[in-house]
Ligand binder design. Structure first.
Ligand code: 8YV
Length: 318
């Protein structure tokens, strides 16, 4: 009999999905209309879970899966999994560490460029027919903020933060960062206090793990970033105090933002919808065919290892 796996998130690479379904009996939890009934019928048979970084798995759900051996996260965020509880139960939890670094860093730079150069606003300007109607071809559209040479402040110099730094440095941007401690293997400036980093930066790029840092980007940090400053978030929405961000945009306390993640996805504050100074993405920094294929391969390998009693690559619990 094939081992039973519970899938908590869609998998968008057909080949990965086909291989998952060939090797396991797969139940799609997100398609179950009556979840309690499903769990009482199948919960005791489930040995593996595949989930997304943002979705994770609640302690309550794990508690209803008594035979659970492995949670394979199709992502790198661990903030939505109770790792201590998983350890207590001897459940292995793995993540696709290293697989999505380049894509997330690419999107961070893309969002910053799009925000400060008004790329999406320019696109909308043409599509709305405004350019062809304006008597002087460029006069009605405001000048943009130069990207090259911007002082970049990175919050969290992990894999993604470092990949952002490499890219921004290639554009002549001086790089500073904050993290729990200074790192001696990078040429960037360590700034221990987030407020100081904000004061010294033209753009803050949030690339930190969200486990213990909810709401660190608040009103005071946004004020320190200032009226010429941009905020980019490719980590987790919970790191930013969203009402403070909305108020700062509204008041012109900062110049703009580029956001791939939100506090309550997929609900995005409607106050952002009409703002030309904000660029929005539906949490898709790792969503390329190449990266999702690599992530899917790692998930399949983790499941196979975990169910064979081996320690999966990218294991976070042992
Ligand atoms: C993914 C993420 O979009 O890695 C993470 O933690 O949030 C994202 O990169 C998500 O895990 C897709 O399943």
């Amino acid at each position: 009999m094939k081992p039973v796996v519970l899938q908590l998130n869609p998998i968008l690479i057909p080949d990965i999905l086909a291989r998952l379904e060939a090797q396991y009996t797969v139940y799609r939890y997100f398609e179950q209309a009556d979840k309690p009934a499903f769990l009482s019928e199948h919960g005791a048979s489930i040995r593996g879970v595949v989930t997304g970084g943002h979705t994770g798995i609640t302690r309550e759900l794990m508690a209803q899966l008594p035979k659970l051996e492995i949670v394979a996260i199709n992502g790198v965020g661990t903030d939505a999994v109770d790792l201590a509880y998983a350890r207590e139960r001897g459940i292995q939890v793995s993540a696709t560490i290293g697989a999505l670094t380049e894509d997330v860093a690419d999107l961070a730079i893309g969002l910053l460029m799009a925000a400060c150069r008004g790329i999406c606003a320019g696109d909308r300007f043409i599509r709305a027919g405004h350019w062809s109607k304006s008597p002087t071809p460029l006069a009605p559209f405001p000048l943009a903020r130069q990207f090259s040479g911007m002082r970049i402040g990175i919050i969290g110099l992990g894999r993604v933060g470092r990949a952002v730094a490499t890219r921004a440095a290639a554009f002549g941007c001086p790089i500073s960062y904050t993290d729990l401690q200074a790192m001696d293997d990078v040429p960037y400036t360590f700034v221990p206090e987030l407020i100081e980093l904000a004061q010294q930066s033209d753009a803050l790029i949030v690339a930190a793990a969200a486990d213990k840092a909810a709401g660190i980007i608040n009103r005071a940090v946004l004020e320190a970033l200032g009226a010429q400053g941009y905020l980019i978030n490719v980590a987790r929405g919970s790191l930013v105090n969203e009402p403070d961000l909305l108020a700062a945009l509204e008041a012109g306390t900062i110049a703009g933002a580029g956001l791939d993640v939100f506090a309550d996805e997929p609900r995005v504050p409607e106050a952002l919808f009409d703002r030309e100074d904000v660029v929005l993405q539906p949490h898709r920094a790792s969503a390329t065919v190449q990266t999702r294929t690599r992530m899917g391969e790692m998930v399949l390998a983790s499941l196979a290892d975990g169910l064979a009693g081996k320690r999966p690559v990218g294991c976070l619990t042992s």
